[in-house]
Design a protein around this ligand. Structure first.
Ligand SMILES: C[S@@+](CC[C@H](N)C(=O)[O-])C[C@H]1O[C@@H](n2cnc3c(N)ncnc32)[C@H](O)[C@@H]1O
Length: 227
């Protein structure tokens, strides 16, 4: 499901400014600052979500080659084994600088638009991760990212992603919070899976409602080409 770039409540129906929408916009632009983004993420419990993402779904081996698309400040490194060979790409230079400062020596970090990368070296990654990226991208951009990941992975490699999603079980408050996310392309789990199936033979989705301290629903995808 595609939402428009601006929230329906950006301006009141009278045409006057809507203070709630203005505050939401203000918060969203503040979250572009890496320090505030990490603080906000920790308050809602994103550290736990990342830990579970890694331990239950990514299951990294010690020397795995991991490419993180839309890596942000690369906070996932806190939960990855010290010896993984990690590369993170993100379009926000402030996030990439924060990652370089905090995780220097743990990987390489690059400012890049992940929808416009040159074709990858085949077999160059054991795992590609995309944490909270796909809901920022329209279908066409998602297909480019998923195609890139599929081409970069070894035959036994996998893409593991996580994004917000709406499901029947999502509580009302959770729906409201998710609807105000910074991403403009919120999808239900089957829609994320349909995009991935164009590039991967095997796609499994898991919907979780228990990863954050606040009511919220996530869709995790595990995508592979080998059985
Ligand atoms: C919600 S943040 C998630 C960051 C990180 N993966 C995490 O789990 O904290 C989404 C990230 O995707 C990045 N992003 C969005 N569109 C992108 C693009 N076209 N190319 C690269 N990064 C992009 C944003 O800059 C932001 O860092």
């Amino acid at each position: 499901m595609r939402r428009s770039m601006s929230s329906p409540g950006d301006t009141a129906s009278t045409g006057g400014p809507d203070p709630a929408a203005a505050s939401a916009r203000g918060l969203k632009s503040l979250l572009r600052l890496p320090g505030l983004y990490s603080l906000f993420e920790n308050l809602v419990g994103a550290r736990r979500a990342r830990r579970i993402f890694v331990s239950e779904y990514l299951k990294p081996s010690d020397d795995m080659r991991i490419l993180d698309l839309g890596c942000g400040p690369a906070e996932v490194l806190e939960f990855l084994p010290a010896r993984v060979r990690y590369a993170g790409y993100d379009s926000n230079p402030a996030y990439v600088s924060a990652a370089q400062r905090k995780y220097s020596g743990r990987g390489t970090f690059r400012v890049a638009d992940v929808t416009r990368l040159d074709p990858p070296t085949p077999n160059s990654c054991d795992a590609v991760i995309a944490m909270f990226l796909l809901h920022h991208l329209d279908d066409r951009a998602c297909r480019r990212v998923l195609g890139y990941a599929s081409a970069a992975l070894t035959s036994a490699g996998r893409l593991v992603s996580i994004d917000p999603c709406l499901a029947d079980e999502t509580p009302l408050l959770g729906r409201w919070i998710i609807a105000h996310d910074r991403g403009s392309y919120l999808r239900a789990a089957p829609a994320y899976a349909a995009l991935a199936r164009r590039h991967f033979r095997h796609v499994t989705t898991v919907v979780r409602h228990d990863l954050l301290r606040i009511p919220y629903s996530h869709c995790l995808m595990i995508c592979r080409n080998a059985t």
